[in-house]
Design a protein around this ligand. Structure first.
Ligand SMILES: [Zn+2]
Length: 390
């Protein structure tokens, strides 16, 4: 189809184009080339679909079930309340709440989400089933339920043959691996994960406590240890120091920050400017549905204002919007997150005349802190309108 008279945030720099014709199939075509059935899009602004770079939608059943206690009390992969709740829940119920989370994300303009899926192969299959009739792009990073305690890390215990077999099975059916953290894995295990040919990601330096634990058990920083798995990107890095950020800049594609999730756990606010100054590309995720809503509008608004408020310094809202779109695509290493020829045709059509957006003097600020799902006319994935209409 040919989208006529459309405003666009175009290319990797999200350049505002006031009116253009855009051919769309499964991917975006060349601007102003005439192709396919024309649809008049006067009054609409097309923005790349949001990429929610870090979720755990498996805990959608446990929304706000545990608000008090430490991070480990809530979401530790072995000891947390989350694990107990998930174990006691009926898989059908888990699946139906995961599906709801996906529908909620679509309505909020999220066209891709990258999920850390627990529960081995079974966990991956459960999410795949939830996604069967849900048109969102789910990037599933699985893991094996194998965690080392501190003594085992000190001894550098390798993964057993059985665990390696399970890991191979997980990798085969998923998009890659999402490892809980260096403090639950020996060097040998982390190095083994680095051989995974698909996407590799790991949580790192989320809390002051996790940094101290790493120093205590391994005499190295958590980030140094996490880098042994050669991750494409690391999640959080809220408490990583400048030296670690520089290492991350050299050895990974970038960092995914989860500002509202960190704050909701009373664990601080990531300083994305320090990460960028170290040379890291930064993207955004909403993390556990249990502790935070999968809503990139709220994430962008929060990040923009909290950062400016804390550091008493202006930030260009375009930088924030890039973190929610273009940068995610770069971290994934896929042609996604940007409206340019050959990129997957995922996008959100905003009504420029909607109550909250008109008059739109600065589209970046409008999207970062005024837009909500009520300003969305339609959501497109792979060139198909999957929510709303044009
Ligand atoms: Zn996480």
């Amino acid at each position: 189809m040919l989208l006529k008279n459309l405003s666009i945030l175009y290319g990797k720099d999200l350049t505002y184009v006031r009116s253009a014709n855009l051919p769309v199939s499964e991917t975006f075509g060349k601007l102003n080339q005439r192709k396919g059935k024309a649809i008049d899009c006067e009054g609409l602004l097309l923005v790349p679909g949001f990429i929610n770079m870090h979720t755990h939608i498996g805990d959608s059943i446990a929304k706000d079930a545990t608000l008090s206690g430490t991070v480990d009390n809530k979401i530790h992969p072995v000891l947390g309340a989350k694990q107990r709740i998930l174990k006691q829940s009926n898989p059908e119920h888990l699946m139906s709440f995961m599906k709801n989370a996906c529908h909620s994300m679509i309505r909020k303009g999220i066209t891709t989400f990258v999920d850390f899926r627990e529960g081995g192969s079974y966990g991956v299959v459960l999410l795949q089933k939830a996604l069967e009739h849900t048109p969102i792009r789910g990037v599933i990073l699985g893991r094996v339920e194998s965690y080392h305690d501190h003594a085992q890390i000190k001894k550098n215990l390798p993964l057993s043959g059985d665990i390696k077999k399970n890991l191979a099975a997980v990798i085969k059916i998923s998009d890659g691996i999402g490892i809980s953290g260096a403090n639950e894995n020996s060097d040998s295990a982390l190095q083994y994960y680095s051989k995974t040919k698909k996407i590799r990601a790991i949580h790192s330096s989320e809390t002051k406590q996790s940094i101290l634990v790493s120093k205590k058990i391994a005499k190295r920083t958590e980030t140094e240890r996490a880098l042994q798995m050669k991750p494409h990107f690391m999640i959080h890095m809220t408490y990583a120091g400048m030296a670690d950020l520089k290492k991350a800049a050299k050895k990974t594609r970038g960092i995914v920050i989860c500002p509202r999730a960190n704050a909701s756990l009373a664990e601080g606010i990531p300083n994305f400017e320090a990460m960028q100054n170290a040379g890291c590309k930064v993207a955004i995720g909403t993390d556990n549905v249990m502790i935070n809503s999968p809503d990139m509008f709220r994430e962008m608004d929060y990040l923009w204002k909290v950062h400016m408020g804390l550091h008493q310094k202006r930030i260009d809202p375009k930088e924030i919007l890039k973190m929610a779109t273009v940068n995610g695509g770069m971290l994934l290493g896929k042609k996604i997150g940007s409206i340019q020829p050959g990129f997957l045709a995922d996008g959100v059509f905003f009504d420029k005349h909607s109550l909250d957006l008109e008059p739109m003097h600065n589209p970046y600020a409008s999207l970062v802190h005024r837009a909500s799902e009520s300003a969305i006319s339609a959501v497109m994935i792979g060139g198909k309108i999957i929510h709303g209409k044009l």
